[in-house]
Design a protein around this ligand. Structure first.
Ligand code: URA
Length: 215
């Protein structure tokens, strides 16, 4: 199993202080995984157990992995941000009263920059055969804002990726070496856009085919 050093976790926790986020969920998986999966940020359920992708989206992701003969144990799961971004909202109870509760939300660019050293460390120290980004947040963290999942999903890309420019701290540099990446949709996307289902399933079959071809 691979685990980031405590010094990197501590740095991530310090850099994200002051943002409306909570907790810190470590990435999880072997040092040389079949795939490195990069999502957005943990949600409510991930925080409870400290395990990435165990909520509703996680169940969907495990089904996709199973279609190509993989399980959670074969892959390294991480995300652009390791704390849960939340917003306060009102929830209507059955008796008509309303209560305040936290809802998940996507991470902001500042939060992504705050946790960039954590993902940079994972990218530099893991040896995945292939990286799969789940949704636009993970994809754009690696390939920049121009990259769009709707245009690139299911394609094998061999490109340099972004890492934090530590001097400026608000911009990214490009790596010298190239990485193999296949973008696909976030597993939760099929909940609000069921029409994505056939593309998502086809992307996963393509990821399996690429892994097979890589030997
Ligand atoms: N979405 C993510 O991107 N990561 C999780 O761990 C859960 C949901």
């Amino acid at each position: 199993m691979f685990r980031i050093p405590e010094s990197i976790a501590k740095l991530g926790k310090e850099r994200i202080k002051g943002f409306p986020v909570e907790g810190f969920v470590y990435g999880e998986g072997p040092q040389k995984p079949e795939l490195m999966l990069i999502g957005e940020a943990p949600g409510e359920f991930e925080l409870v157990d400290g395990i990435p992708f165990i909520g509703r989206a996680g169940k969907e992701l495990m089904k996709s992995l199973a279609t190509i003969g993989l399980t959670r144990e074969n892959v390294y799961i991480t995300s652009a941000v390791r704390s849960r971004p939340y917003r306060w909202g009102t929830k209507k109870e059955r008796d008509g009263t309303t209560t305040e509760r936290k809802y998940n939300r996507p991470p902001t660019q500042k939060e992504i920059l705050a946790h960039a050293p954590v993902l940079d460390y994972e990218l530099a120290n893991l040896e995945p055969r292939l990286i799969v980004t789940l949704g636009n947040v993970g994809l754009q963290r690696l390939l920049g804002k121009e990259a769009k999942v709707t245009e690139l999903h299911g394609q094998l890309l061999e490109r340099p990726i972004q890492y934090l420019n530590e001097l400026e701290d608000t911009t990214f540099n490009w790596t010298q070496e190239t990485y193999r990446i296949v973008p696909t949709f976030h597993p939760a996307s099929v909940f609000y856009r069921p029409s994505h289902r056939p593309s998502l399933d086809a992307d996963w079959l393509e990821i399996g085919r690429i892994l097979g071809e890589m030997g």
